[in-house]
Design a protein around this ligand. Structure first.
Ligand SMILES: *Cc1c(COP(=O)(O)O)cnc(C)c1O
Length: 356
């Protein structure tokens, strides 16, 4: 059987088959929800005369710290830079190895290359789609300094096993929790436990600051270092003192962005509850025997710990007569947005050229 041609874009009102049924609006893969009160708050910040890092960032960090069980938290202009900074605080650099997963947004391992260290990819557990902790020990060498696990789609990696492993081998852990803000592990919030925990507030994530992220740390000494790496290494004292101790970058969050975050954070639980409801609907509709028979693999049905950042299905491509791109085009034609974000990282050109 030959594969059908790529479908033409269709008129959805016509496709619905009846003039009486209005066409449903296009359902994007993700869409931020910013309320009017937050928009008004942003306007207030814009009028205040102080629009970059200032009192709103401090307030946002205080709220984030409360959310993370009182641990020190600093906000940044991306999730990516928080991981790079955590690696720098942990002293990870040239000659060091960092164990991570090849199934993630490429930022997860790019930051390892950025500090001059080498990512070591450990395969995933095909059920959870997270790093297979059974295989981590076999990848540890004398050069291993840290591990960066990822809670893919919001499903948390087993924190008990992860941190027991890290303690045993004296490894630092930088949890890439970009997708798991609001997820829990055995009743405790991701962020409230562990070593370094990194969150992203990109518009695709469960709350947003437009662009932004935050890093949860262990103590004030780490937080002070993070502040230095965040802004050119600068340390100020008194009215006129200024010193530069480390080579920092330009990673500070603006007050405008922080005000968006302050409006989003109180709504996190509401957002995640809604995501959970939608995931239940997907299970009801996709768990039909006819669909199971096709070989479609659904994600683990975790309704206690996951924040349902995404709902990922694995297509049985070897049993399909069309390719993944055709499935996506067909869904698009009926008004359903999907996305591919995580080709295996070690197969990207730059990683191949570096020897993977
Ligand atoms: C979004 C994301 C990041 C990076 O976050 P940014 O805020 O876009 O820098 C890192 N890791 C994972 C798994 C992500 O999903």
């Amino acid at each position: 059987m030959s594969a059908p041609a790529r479908p033409e874009p269709v008129d959805r009102a016509a496709a619905a088959g009846s003039a009486a049924i209005p066409a449903a609006p296009f359902l994007p893969m993700t869409r931020p929800s910013i309320d009017e009160e937050t928009i008004a708050g942003v306007a207030e910040v814009l009028r205040s005369g102080w629009i970059t890092s200032g009192p709103k960032v401090k307030e946002f960090e205080a709220r984030l710290s409360e959310y993370c069980g009182g641990r020190p938290v600093r906000a940044f202009n991306s999730g990516t830079c928080t991981m790079e900074i955590a690696l720098r605080i942990a002293g990870v650099g040239p000659g060091h190895e960092v164990i991570t997963t090849p199934l993630s947004w490429v930022a997860t391992s790019n930051v390892v290359l950025a500090v001059g260290a080498r990512p070591v990819f450990v395969d995933i557990d095909p059920v959870t789609r997270n790093i297979d902790l059974d295989r981590v020990e076999g990848a540890i060498t004398p050069a291993t300094h840290a591990i960066i696990p990822v809670d893919l789609a919001g499903l948390p990696v087993d924190r008990d096993r992860l941190h027991a492993l890290a303690r045993k081998h004296r490894l630092r852990v930088i949890e890439d929790a970009a997708q798991s803000f609001g997820s829990t592990w055995r009743g405790r919030r991701i962020g409230a436990i562990g070593d370094f925990v990194s969150f992203s507030f990109h518009p695709n994530k469960n709350i947003t600051t437009v662009e932004g992220g935050c890093l949860v740390m262990n103590d004030e000494a780490e937080a002070k270092l993070a502040e230095q790496y965040r802004l050119q290494g600068v340390v100020r004292s008194g009215f006129d003192g200024m010193e530069v101790e480390v080579v920092g970058g330009k990673f500070n969050l603006t007050d405008v962005a922080a005000r968006v975050g302050l409006g989003q954070l109180p709504r996190l639980d509401e957002f995640n509850l809604r995501r959970r409801e939608l995931a239940r609907v997907y299970f009801e509709l996709l768990d039909a025997p006819a669909i199971r028979a096709l070989g479609l693999q659904l994600p683990p049905a975790d309704f206690t710990q996951s924040n349902w950042h995404m709902f990922q299905v694995v297509l049985p491509e070897e049993r399909l007569t069309i390719r993944r791109g055709d499935v996506m085009a067909n869904l698009h034609a009926v008004g359903i947005g999907t996305g591919v974000h995580y080709p295996a990282i070690h197969l990207f050109g730059v990683y191949r050229r570096l020897g993977w």
